[in-house]
Write a protein that binds this ligand. Structure first.
Ligand SMILES: [Zn+2]
Length: 293
């Protein structure tokens, strides 16, 4: 939001001076709240007060220009079936439950809980939705819409006290932890979901059956690894993971990648298009222009 205000003042020798000033209020994003116009007005008034205060003598003569820009907020659409990307499928670490309804979250959570007593037939067809349908009543979905957005998972956890849910996101070739539950490994059932996209703003949850296999592409050995839920670093021994997790869980979930020597190991500022144009630049420290002599 942008506001241009004209100011006037009378100088000591009786002349009338005028100027105009431009005020901005930063962009906000909200999917629930209405625009609080009173709060916006208050912020503008504070900025005008700051400008005209301190005995400057400026008074508002008129509001010249007010610009309000807005755009509609489109939350991610989750739930449509999307096939597993080939290089993920080859790891045999996830189950992608095939259904045309909006319950991929529920099916994937139930698959992660291993609720269905799997006979040989079921084990071969873990991706069929009918295996999980008889167990849907185990999940308390009251007040939660389907498909389930990530923002509703906290509510899901609070009304399903036996279950904790983490979400990984598959982006190009990377797997990134985007939601790590505060109840991870503290509840009877811990499930990890993998969110995949079709590249057109549609998303779909899969059930992660083995973190070790899912991130195994990053380790040389084929043996089982113990994977940190917070940074996805694989450890060869469970004890190592335990020691690491004490520190790692203090931070937001994240994925650490290392630069490739000779390729991207020197940081340079390249995003010139993200710089802000400024109408004036004032250099106050002239010493910085002098050379050593
Ligand atoms: Zn970690």
């Amino acid at each position: 939001m942008e506001l241009v205000v004209d100011f006037q003042r009378t100088t000591q020798d009786g002349n009338l001076q005028s100027t105009s000033a431009r005020f901005y209020i930063p962009t906000t994003t909200s999917d629930v709240e209405n625009l609080d116009i009173n709060n916006v007005l208050k912020q503008f008034l504070e900025k005008i007060d700051a400008f005209s205060g301190q005995n400057s003598g400026w008074t508002v003569s008129k509001v010249n220009y007010l610009r309000l820009c807005w755009g509609s907020y489109r939350p991610m659409e989750v739930g449509t079936f999307i096939p597993t990307p080939k290089h993920i499928a080859s790891k045999k670490a996830v189950v992608n439950i095939n259904s045309s309804d909006n319950y991929c979250f529920q099916y994937s959570v139930l698959a992660g809980m291993n609720v269905a007593s799997m006979n040989l037939h079921h084990q071969r067809h873990k991706e069929r939705a009918y295996i999980y349908k008889p167990f849907m009543h185990l999940l308390n979905m009251e007040g939660i819409q389907s498909p389930v957005p990530i923002s509703s998972i906290s509510k899901f956890e609070s009304q399903n006290p036996d279950i904790s849910v983490n979400v990984l996101y598959h982006d190009n070739d990377q797997i990134i932890p985007i939601r790590t539950s505060i109840y991870t490994d503290q509840r009877k059932h811990h499930v990890t979901l993998l969110m995949i996209t079709d590249g057109h703003e549609r998303f779909h949850y899969l059930s992660v059956q083995s973190m070790s296999r899912l991130v195994a592409g990053r380790v040389k050995s084929k043996s089982k690894h113990y994977v940190c839920h917070y940074c996805l670093h694989p450890f060869r021994k469970e004890d190592y993971l335990k020691q690491h997790t004490i520190m790692c869980r203090q931070h937001q979930s994240q994925q650490i990648t290392y630069p490739t020597p000779g390729k991207d190991d020197v940081l340079k500022f390249t995003k010139i298009n993200y710089q802000f144009p400024v109408p004036f630049v004032i250099y106050a420290d002239f010493e910085c222009f002098f050379g050593e002599e």
